[in-house]
Design a protein. Sequence first.
Length: 171
Amino acid sequence: MKELTISTLKRRRKRDFEQIYNQYYKLVFYVSYNLVKDQELAQDIMQDTFISFMNHIEDYDEQGKVKQYLTTISKNLSLNALKKKTNKEILDEDAISLYSSQDMELEKVKLKLTLNHTLSTEESNIVTLKILYDYSFKEIGEELNQSLGQIQAKYYKALEKLKKYFEKEGC
């Protein structure tokens, strides 16, 4: 099966999108499921990922990789779903007591909530990709269509904001 390019997909032929779906739906589901740990929610996110990708295909860079775009969309939608789920659970004190402080996924969600509360969306995305997903600055730059220098500057600025936030909170 030939790898379809963004420029090919911008022609909006149904068969091209079907090929992309068939090629990547398992990967997109896997990425989402690993974050949300809920099969039904992961399936919804998988569908939303492809819908979002198709609806915004004109916004994507011609040189970008379909696989990267889809995994990024899936990760972001999954993190948003976790954030919504976590915000509901935070309101319920009993639910919080069920979680172990050693539960890494919950710690990631808490960190993401702190990032979203403290940083701009762009800064939060950069820090998340760098720390939680171990992306290189170069990979982040490619994802966000920015130069290596811009990404590094924003990353270190975000770390300074976080440092001030944690000092203020007494952490």
